[in-house]
Design a protein around this ligand. Structure first.
Ligand code: UDX
Length: 480
């Protein structure tokens, strides 16, 4: 391996290929990391599957977002499935298998034939790939390119995955419904508060012979194969958990919250943040910001269950009644299909003190002085955005890491209340009042404290700031 030189003998910057998984959740944070590395002066190629690319492409936002970086390029690769394949949650294993057989071959071919060569002619010198895409590590090792893995969800959930072999061995999973309140014994650092129902959603009453489970069981081993692991969290939030993960993956780069890391670095270079920097998936309805402008300080409950959460009609109606009964003002993100029905039933309450949108500029909403609390599904991006803005949370997790995140929000970080597995209007009303009235000062204080720690982690000398510098230095070193 030799250092890349241009015609004049000067060193070319490292060329990093970034490969997010073909699912929408991690896309935004992966692009934030790509942008941070563009700002660090690297050549960046983001590789998307053709399917994800065409879904994002319809909005044309990737081009808009990256047009100011001449050192950025986008490439696509086939996921190997026929065009009309549903690519749904239910068929995820088919996608996984196809990626690890067909895409693996295309990927190796593209890397070795120079398909990713940048304008300046430099070949890929380092790969950053989501650790779900395990074939990338095989290929990287075969052809001798360094690879760093990337995980975009919480360290607390990742740590549970690392402990899965033990959990299965001692019989803590699968578990019976009547045992869901029993404490989990073999996830170190969480023994006093983690119940079985707080384990990542995939562990709920599963059959451990399920092939999907096999993917999770090897997380620990798999993540240790790469030269390092980038994770979207910060030391002050998940330090004790990160220490445990380091026992098998010593080289961690906790550089989060990445959305705010990017904002901070852009500001330092006098560059503005456009809406496409924070969200490339849906069109934002900005009208809710002027509505918020006319509301009293900290009076509004912001309600959003993220991009994927599927609530039933009954659940939506329970939330609605519970909310309206609190008498609080609210801003609710509801996708179109539910909106009309609810509007028809409750126009009066909506007009008086509510605002409903299809998709909100969430980071802007959470930073607005009128927002007092956030009813969330505890997706990791939403959780970090809320933490960064110091907004207390009411958690109603649906699946995956959300089940674990919400327990940490209540028990470890004391930033809110976890309402998991309950959805009746009485509980909803009581919980909202608890957060916004009864225990409001207590939650606000801990939310302010954590927000300050998050901000400090991103400034010179802070933990995420330093981890990012180390990442940049390590990539330079590995690329030589
Ligand atoms: C998925 C998984 O559900 C989650 O558990 C995992 O942690 C990440 O991948 P998603 O359900 O989309 O994510 O939730 P979340 O991680 O919270 O991300 C939602 C993103 O959409 C946030 O960045 C949020 O700011 C944005 N958003 C949401 C908007 O911009 N506007 C909205 O109206 C709602």
């Amino acid at each position: 391996e030799s250092a890349m030189e241009d015609g004049g003998g000067a060193l070319l910057p490292p060329h990093v290929l970034i490969f997010p998984p073909p699912i929408q959740g991690p896309i935004n944070s992966t692009f934030s990391i790509a942008e941070l590395l563009c700002l660090a002066g690297f050549q960046i190629t983001v590789l998307l599957t053709e399917d994800i690319h065409s879904r994002l492409q319809s909005r044309g936002n990737i081009q808009k977002r990256f047009e100011r970086y001449p050192n950025f390029q986008l490439r696509t690769i086939s996921d190997g499935l026929p065009e009309d394949h549903p690519r749904s949650n239910d068929t995820f294993l088919e996608l996984y298998k196809s990626l690890h057989t067909k895409t693996k071959v295309y990927f190796k071919e593209m890397l070795t034939s120079g398909s990713f060569e940048s304008n300046s002619g430099s070949p890929v010198s380092c790969i950053i790939a989501d650790s779900l895409l395990r074939f990338t590590c095989d290929v990287a090792k075969e052809i001798g390119i360094p690879i760093i893995y990337l995980r975009t969800f919480s360290a607390c959930c990742l740590w549970v995955f690392f402990c899965l072999p033990k959990l299965i061995e001692v019989g803590e999973i699968p578990y019976r419904r009547e045992d869901e309140d029993a404490l989990v014994n073999c996830v170190p650092a969480t023994e006093s508060f983690l119940r079985r129902r707080d384990l990542p959603g995939y562990c709920r009453y599963v059959d451990t012979n399920n092939p999907a489970m096999e993917l999770l069981i090897v997380e620990g081993e798999e993540n240790a194969r790469a030269n390092g692991l980038i994770i979207n969290t910060f030391e002050e939030l998940e330090g004790p958990i990160l220490s445990h993960i380091r026992a098998s993956c010593p080289n961690l780069y906790p550089i989060g919250p990445v959305h705010a890391h990017l904002k901070t670095k852009l500001a330092a270079q006098n560059l503005s943040l456009t809406s496409t920097n924070s969200n490339i998936l849906w069109e934002e309805d900005k009208s809710c910001i002027s509505w918020l402008d006319s509301q009293p300080s900290k009076s509004v409950l912001y309600v959003s269950f993220g991009s994927l959460a599927m609530l039933t009609r009954d659940q939506i109606l329970e939330f609605w009644h519970g909310l309206v009964n609190t008498g609080k003002r609210f801003l609710w993100v509801i996708r179109k299909d539910w909106k009309n029905e609810i509007l028809a039933e409750f126009t009066k309450a909506t007009e008086e003190r509510g605002c409903i949108v299809d998709w909100a500029p969430q980071q802007e909403v959470l930073s607005h002085r009128a927002v007092g609390a956030f009813l969330t599904h505890s997706g990791w991006n939403s959780t970090l955005e809320s933490i960064y803005e110091g907004v207390p949370m009411i958690c109603w997790p649906c699946e995956g890491d959300q089940q674990t995140n919400s327990r940490f929000v209540e028990f470890v970080w004391k930033l809110g209340l976890d309402m998991k597995d309950t959805c009746d209007r009485g509980t909803i009303e009581k919980t909202v009042k608890e957060i916004m009235d009864v225990r409001r000062d207590e939650f606000r204080k801990s939310a302010d404290n954590m927000a300050e720690l998050a901000r400090n982690s991103l400034i010179e000398g802070g933990s995420s700031f330093s981890a990012f510098n180390r990442l940049v230095d390590d990539i330079k070193m590995m690329s030589q």
